[in-house]
Structure formats: C-alpha cells, structure tokens
Design a protein around this ligand. Structure first.
Ligand SMILES: [Zn+2]
Length: 363
C-alpha cells in the first residue's frame, strides 16, 4: 500500500476539463462536456470512482473526497458557464442591431428625365407654359402650316414615318390638353418635330405666347451611335410685340448657362422653312474650353440646337399679323443635351435600360 495517494489521474482529468471548458460556446458544447465527464454510465469522473474498490479503507475515504470535490467543481463550472451564456443571449424575437442592413432597391430618375425636369424648371421660372401635344399628327400641323406645302423640298430634310391607315378624330383624347374640334384632321404620320404644337397653340390662343413643348418625335433613322428612330425634343416658342433675335440669343444663353455652367454660345446662319432668319446654335466645348479636342472635332464648339425668328408665313397660317407681332422658336434634342452634359457617347444607351448604365447617375 503506498503511503501517499496517487492523485495524478484526478489532476489530469481536472486539467482536461478546464481546457475543454474554455472552448465551450453553446448549450450543446456544455451538454457534451456534462455527458463526457459526469454521465452515470460512461463519465470520466464516474470511472475514477471505480478505482475505489482497489484501495485500503483510509485511502478510500480520502480518494472518495477528492473525486467528489472534482465532481462538484465540474458541476459548478458547467452551471456558471450555462448561466453566462443565458445572460448574453438576446430575448426571443429580439432584433440584432449589429446585423448589416438589407438594401432596398431604389429606382433612379432616368438621365433623359433629369434633363427634361431641369429644362422645364428653367423655363417655368422664366414664365413659360409647359405643354405636350399629339405624337400622331396630321400633315397640316406637321408640315403645311409650318411653311412646308406638299411639294416643298424641305419635307425631305426629315424622313417621315407614315401610318398605314389614317386615324380620324377621337384618338387624341388621352393627350394633355384637349384639341379644339376645328383642329381635328385625319392623322397620317408620326410627328417629325414638336413644332407641330406651335401651330396648334397659336391657332387656339392670341399673343403673347411663351411655351415649351417637350415630347417624343419620330424619324425614319437607323439605330446608331447618334441616331434613334424615336427621340425627344424641346420646342420653345415666344411671340409678342417687338421680339427680336437678341431676345432669342439671351434666352438661349440663360438656358445653356443653367444646363452647362460657364459656357459661351454662338449662332451660325442656317435654314429652316418655318424660321427666317434661322440659326444653328453652338455651345463652347467644356472638354477643352475652346482649345479643340476629340469631342468637338478640334473646333472648340458643339452643335446643340436649331432656332430662328418665326417665318411670316407661319404667322399667316395661324391668323397672326406678321406686321404686328414677331417671335422666335427653337428646338433641341434631350438626348443631345444629356450626352454632352453627362459625357455619354452612344445615344442607344438611353434606351437599353441597362442598370449598369442607369446606376451611374445619382439618386
Ligand atoms: Zn473640345
């Protein structure tokens, strides 16, 4: 019989338990430890007890106390750890505020709509009325009244999309602004420009006139980098006594400054059947500030819109007296403005609805 008790088995088991407890993170870990050490049938502590039978009576008591102490140590440690886990667990149904938020998909305003809203805002502040017109038009409003009688060569300037069969009356009700009965004619084409609305407005109202007409127009164009068969325009029309070319230039300057910042504009003589004189308007290139670069083809200028003083023949067509009133008109493409403003080099991108493109614009 050894005079000192062999405690190495008990100490080893204690050390083993302590090490295992450090790694216990869940209720399941604790249950495993409990089973492994304290199970009545196969627990390691239970197994130690089985050694008792081999010991002398004195040693038996001492050994029994040591094993019992280890057993209660393990029980206490397991209970404490279980309580600690319990206290850090969120209550049932609680929200974990540390989880990353779920992103809600938010739509953006389309770049063309942004341009439209900005232009409408600019002209609303200048006292213009904003209105739309029918996209399905008749020959009279789209061509004839705009100084382009049936055989006029200028009709060829715009490749027109004609309807397979004319539409007679009644189908325009959905458009903003009712069309007076007297103006209803059989529609035969998709309007090639928003200028048709100049005629409708002037036939309905007397001067002074100050309107902006945004909307879709259609031409028989192929789809390429700079053309689409459908695109969007702004028509501007001002009529009153003593309106001059200087008013046109001042108005366009104000619009371009708001759209593009500190830019210059220049007017180049041009030809449109419904204006005289007519002018193409260029805006100074922002890319090179006039020095010449690839964007402006080394000219320092970018063509932005067409304009001019309303032709007397147009006033006569709508019943205005060209000796008493004068006016100016201009038309510009929303896509053209958006391409220059946002540096987009392919017009098709505006109509492909590719989110990778659209998401590049701010909310
Ligand atoms: Zn340039």
């Amino acid at each position: 019989m050894p005079d000192t008790l062999d405690r190495s088995g008990i100490d080893a088991l204690r050390a083993d338990f302590r090490a295992r407890l450090v790694g216990a993170r869940t209720d399941r870990d604790l249950k495993t430890l409990n089973d492994e050490f304290l199970s009545r049938k196969s627990g390691s502590v239970t197994a130690l007890m089985k050694n008792l039978a081999t010991l002398a009576p004195d040693a038996k008591r001492e050994y029994g106390q040591l094993v019992n102490t280890l057993k209660s140590e393990i029980e206490t440690a397991l209970a404490e750890t279980r309580a600690a886990l319990e206290s850090t667990r969120p209550p049932a149904g609680a929200v974990d505020v540390t989880l990353p938020g779920r992103e809600i998909p938010i739509g953006r305003i389309h770049p063309l709509m942004r341009v439209r809203q900005q232009v409408e805002d600019i002209f609303t502040r200048m006292g213009y009325e904003i209105l739309e017109g029918p996209e399905v038009e008749d020959d009279y409003h789209n061509f004839e009244a705009l100084n382009m009688p049936p055989d006029h060569p200028a009709r060829d300037m715009q490749d027109t999309l004609y309807l397979a069969a004319p539409i007679v009356g009644g189908t325009w009700g959905a458009h903003k602004g009712a069309i007076p009965e007297a103006q209803l004619r059989a529609a035969t084409l998709l309007r090639t420009h928003t200028s048709a609305m100049q005629i409708r407005y002037m036939k309905t109202y007397t001067p002074p006139v100050r309107i902006i007409v945004p909307g879709r127009v259609y031409r028989r164009d192929n789809l390429d980098l700079s053309h689409t068969p459908m695109f969007q325009q702004f028509e501007g029309l001002v009529v009153g006594e003593g309106i001059t070319l200087a008013d046109l230039k001042g108005t366009l300057e104000a619009m371009m400054h708001e759209l593009f910042g500190d830019v210059k504009i220049r007017l180049r003589p041009s030809f449109f059947p419904y204006t005289e004189p007519s002018a193409e308007v260029d805006v100074s290139c922002q890319g090179c500030h006039g020095a010449g670069c690839g964007t402006c083809k080394q000219t320092g200028w970018l063509e932005i819109l067409g304009s001019g003083m309303v032709h007397p023949a147009v006033f006569e067509a709508v019943g205005y007296d060209p000796d008493k009133v004068a006016g100016f008109a201009f038309g510009l493409g929303m896509e053209r403005v958006a391409m220059l403003k946002y540096g987009v080099d392919d017009i098709r991108l505006f109509y492909e609805n590719d989110l990778r493109f659209l998401e590049q614009f701010p909310l």
